[in-house]
Design a binder for this molecule. Structure first.
Ligand code: FES
Length: 137
């Protein structure tokens, strides 16, 4: 892999838990790679598989969806819907010829800044290793 390649990761974070968790990482000066671009969503249940696939076929090397832990979703079942959709996304990745590492669903609470930073770093490292998305222009 050439040294210039740096993955771009879109991280959809739910407003109530994970966005606050990512914010806590920043406020606590817990470093995570700048490769991760945070998109604030009200709930992971809003992230339709088409949004993930659109991102992965239009410039993102990876997509991370972060939401409240099971039982903590502010819309009750949004994260359970996201979990079901993740299964569909995994199948779609295969159909699109994309590696499973390019998508990740994680639960991050408002107090888990360190966890968010760890996930962001892990995913960036994995995607650096994997190389750019074949859909990258
Ligand atoms: Fe956080 Fe639904 S509000 S996952």
């Amino acid at each position: 892999m050439t040294e210039e390649y740096e993955p771009t990761i879109l991280a959809f974070c739910c407003n109530w838990c994970s966005y606050a968790g990512a914010d806590l990482a920043g406020a606590s000066k817990i470093q995570y790679p700048p490769n991760v671009i945070i998109v604030r969503a009200m709930c992971t249940g809003m992230i339709h598989p088409n949004i993930v696939m659109d991102a992965l076929t239009n410039g993102a090397d990876g997509v991370l969806v972060c939401g409240c832990h099971p039982g903590d979703c502010h819309y009750l079942e949004g994260n359970l819907i996201a979990e079901k959709r993740a299964e569909a996304i995994e199948l779609m990745l295969e159909d699109f010829g994309l590696e499973p590492e390019r998508f990740r669903l994680e639960w991050v609470s408002a107090s888990e800044g360190k966890k968010f930073a760890r996930i962001a770093k892990e995913m960036t490292d994995e995607l650096r290793e994997l190389g750019p998305s074949p859909y990258r222009t």
